[in-house]
Write a protein that binds this ligand. Structure first.
Ligand code: FES
Length: 425
């Protein structure tokens, strides 16, 4: 077992100890100190458009239910019967007015109260149903419809946790001229035999791990990546950046390159049926300059909200650690409200063609994470390199750190966030 003081030692400014990916004792501490305590993203309210819509998931190991009650409010409940603790929701998604416990049949409303129990006379006069509603998670808060929960009753507020990263949740939502999204297209999942912390933001790997996809894009664009709508986004000379936003939140900032290719990107949109309407709606909603920025972002944000939410491309990605060497990733394509159907079709094709069910991106990454785990089995030479771009990283006035797009600023930022959460008393 490791003393808590050891964790800081395992993440150095320029290297990381491989035990954080392989040691089951450290994984147990992550469950307690991160996943059963910190703010975690549960999902987005737009997944649940109708009263009664729910999705069951876990916070760390604790099953929970995110449900829109018949009163329209989205709540996160412990998925735990108040009688003897059985889970009351056995289906991952659906619509329910009531959750009925499969053990002895207690029935709960989708707003939480205990509605009924079999054989009520047996409980006696001092049993009051109103004392036994479903338990809410200790803390719940939303930002732009993203629902966060914490299993700890106290701690930093969600606003404090998000800090400067909150504005990148705005840019995901504000790709819509009405600032709202539709997350009902479904979910696609990947499960891999590797540690959850491998799912990161890495602008250095695409030319190698995803080379076959990038080669196909090159061929399609006549041999020149610059012919695609945002050029070669991963090259150091692209002008694109990587940012450590604090608390483990990170960003691959493709905006500089995209603004340089804005005309090309707008031309892509204009080729769509009613594509010009989308551009005009964005200019009307946000002004021409901000509207253009948001259009440039809209195709492909890469935002990591620590520890378990990532917005990559059009998708909302949620990371679920299963064990020290097994992880599940859920991917929800986000469609936009208030846009022509052709724009959402393009977003769905984007999702499918790389991360989604017919893309090579997620299988490539899953294999890479599994082989990364395999490579770390014995504790010989356990320190891993983490210093690319450290010498040219700069610190902004708000404390965020900035490197070039292929620099390891993001990995360092995520691991600093990890060490901070692990070290908190
Ligand atoms: Fe749920 Fe008994 S544990 S009704």
């Amino acid at each position: 077992p490791h003393a808590l003081s050891d964790y800081a030692h395992l993440v150095q400014p320029d290297r990381v100890h491989s035990a954080i990916y392989t040691d089951p004792a450290i994984f147990e501490q992550e469950m307690t100190r991160i996943f059963h305590r910190a703010w975690l993203c549960v999902g987005h309210e737009a997944e649940l458009p109708n009263p009664g819509d729910f999705r069951a998931t876990t916070l760390g190991r604790q099953p929970v239910i995110m449900v829109r009650g018949e009163d329209g409010q989205v709540r996160v409940f412990m998925n735990r019967c108040r009688h003897r603790g059985m889970t009351v929701c056995e289906t991952e998604t659906g619509n329910a007015r009531f959750f009925t416990c499969w053990y002895h049949g207690w029935v709960y409303r989708n707003t939480g109260p205990l509605q009924d129990v079999p054989g009520p006379a047996g409980y006696g006069a001092d049993f009051h149903k109103e004392d036994f509603g479903l338990t809410l998670v200790p803390r719940q808060a939303s930002y732009r419809g993203f629902v966060f929960a914490s299993l700890a009753p106290t701690g930093s507020t969600l606003a404090e946790h998000l800090g400067p990263a909150a504005k990148y949740l705005d840019i995901y939502m504000d790709a819509s001229p009405v600032g709202d999204i539709d997350v009902t297209a479904g979910v696609h999942r990947t499960r891999y035999r590797g540690n959850w912390k491998f799912v990161g933001m890495d602008g250095y790997h695409p030319h190698y791990t995803h080379r076959s996809v990038l080669d196909a894009w090159r061929r399609r664009s006549g041999g020149n990546m610059a012919d695609t709508h945002h050029g070669d986004p991963f090259a150091d000379e692209s002008g694109n950046l990587t940012r450590d936003l604090g608390n483990g939140h990170v960003l691959l900032d493709f905006l500089p390159g995209r603004m340089g290719n804005l005309d090309r990107y707008l031309a892509t949109l204009r080729k769509l049926p009613q594509g010009e309407d989308y551009i005009q709606a964005m200019h009307t909603a946000y002004g021409e300059q901000r509207g253009n920025e948001l259009l440039a972002w809209a195709g492909d944000p890469h935002v990591g909200i620590y520890p378990n939410l990532q917005l990559i491309g059009v998708q909302i990605r949620l990371v679920r650690p299963i064990s020290v060497d097994e992880t599940e990733v859920l991917m929800f394509p986000g469609l936009l409200k208030g846009v022509p159907a052709s724009v959402n079709s393009l977003r769905l094709r984007q999702h499918e063609s790389f991360y989604g069910p017919s893309g090579a991106g997620s299988p490539d990454d899953a294999e890479l994470f599994e082989r990364n785990q395999e490579g770390l089995q014995a504790s010989v030479e356990p320190w891993l390199y983490l210093a690319r771009g450290l010498n040219r990283e700069r610190v902004e006035p708000d404390g965020t750190r900035v490197g070039l797009v292929g620099d390891e600023t993001t990995q360092r930022g995520q691991l600093r966030g990890w060490a901070k959460l692990m070290a908190e008393a």
